[in-house]
Design a protein around this ligand. Structure first.
Ligand code: SF4
Length: 361
């Protein structure tokens, strides 16, 4: 039976362990390089992520401490290692997996995505020895005559020499049912555990290539591609009857409405300052005041408006004074002149993305 999960996604049998933790927002997303031996037309990577860069969630990684700090802030119970192809920088990837296992223990679940192009027995052995728990292969199904595809498919066989969970991870591309079905069959015959299927989505960088191939979004408000979800469901129905793999159809809605929100909420608990309110969506809401001379404004607020100093935070980096929302509302009414007051909402992430700004009064 294909069942609908509580996370707006669909599954056959049980969710892969990596997905179980991911939907609850408990996985650190560890991006070990943007380098990749492939050039998929649907590649969602942004321009900034296409180089040899490393991120732990939204945090650029300059040292090993950045990874540990980010994992602690979100109270991670595992990590998903991604890229690019993490095997394109194998030593770095192995070092990070080892670091996480040593810092957080054996039960810290680590899964990794790879094209398979570089998954030689020797390379897989290094990942296995570092403690990797689950490996997901994304071969170039849509270029089945390429030399790379043949190498990838041969390499997937190597993964079955190790005692970890092996599965596949592919996008659901309308018109490609036969190739997806054959891949599911191939994995099943090898004794793999699961196949994860992603609803195809537009991103800033793949938009042109996807439109050029005739695909369209399901609506003006959505980045999901028409027909991708239906095709994924068809594959799950077929797979349930014809294979013994587990399947998970991961939807665009799951990523936006559930996984991200859950991760933000976990992070917000550890990041929020006393004057910030944590919203239902896991964002931080508070008041701010902006003025050309911040020191002058600070003195005015403390000495003339008599706001207790512990309610104020002078954020020089962002050029503003932060405070509880109610204080900003009161001050906006009481203070005349060039001081600008706003209520803002930000992600609790390292980049502190601002998602809302309401001018006061
Ligand atoms: S394998 Fe993944 S990272 Fe590499 S080009 Fe394709 S979609 Fe992008």
């Amino acid at each position: 039976m294909v069942w609908e999960t509580p996370y707006f996604s669909y599954a056959v049998r049980e969710l892969p362990k990596g997905c179980q933790l991911c939907v609850r927002g408990e996985k650190l997303v560890l991006f070990t390089t943007g380098k990749c031996p492939r050039d998929c037309f649907y590649c969602p990577l942004s321009e900034t992520r296409r180089g040899d860069v490393v991120y732990a969630n939204e945090r650029p990684v300059k040292s090993l401490d950045d990874i540990i700090e980010e994992a602690l802030l979100m109270e991670a119970r595992g990590a998903g290692v991604t890229g690019g192809d993490p095997l394109a920088r194998l030593d770095r990837t192995v070092e990070y997996i080892r670091l996480l296992k040593e810092a957080f223990g054996e039960s810290f679940h680590v899964h990794l995505y790879t094209t398979g192009a570089l998954a030689t027995k020797k390379n897989l052995e290094k990942l296995y020895d570092a403690g990797l728990d689950e490996i997901r292969f994304h071969p170039d199904l849509f270029n089945p005559n390429s030399r790379l595809f043949k190498v990838e498919i041969e390499n997937i066989r190597n993964a079955f020499d190790f005692d970890w969970d092996v599965g596949g991870e592919i996008p659901s591309i309308p018109g490609q049912f036969e190739r997806m079905r054959r891949y599911a069959d191939f994995l099943d015959n090898l004794g793999a555990k699961f196949l994860n299927v992603n609803e195809l989505e537009f991103s800033e960088t793949n938009l042109r290539a996807i439109l050029d191939r005739g695909y369209r979004p399901i609506s003006d408000e959505s980045a999901a591609i028409k027909g991708s979800l239906e095709l994924g469901l068809r594959l799950l129905e077929w797979g349930e009857e014809n294979t013994s793999l587990s399947y998970h159809l991961c939807t665009a809605k799951l990523k936006d409405a559930v996984q991200l929100k859950n991760r933000l909420r976990r992070m917000a608990r550890n990041v929020a300052k006393p004057y910030m309110e944590i919203t239902e969506d896991g964002t931080l809401r508070f008041g701010i005041a902006e003025y050309d001379d911040l020191d002058e404004l600070y003195t005015l607020l403390v000495e003339e408006a008599e706001v207790p100093a512990e309610w104020l935070y002078l954020n020089r980096e962002k050029g503003r004074i932060e405070m509880p929302e109610e204080v900003a509302v009161e001050l906006a009414e009481a203070i005349e002149g060039d001081v600008r007051f706003f209520i803002v909402e930000e992600y609790p992430t390292f980049d502190r993305l601002e998602v809302e700004r309401i001018p006061l009064p």
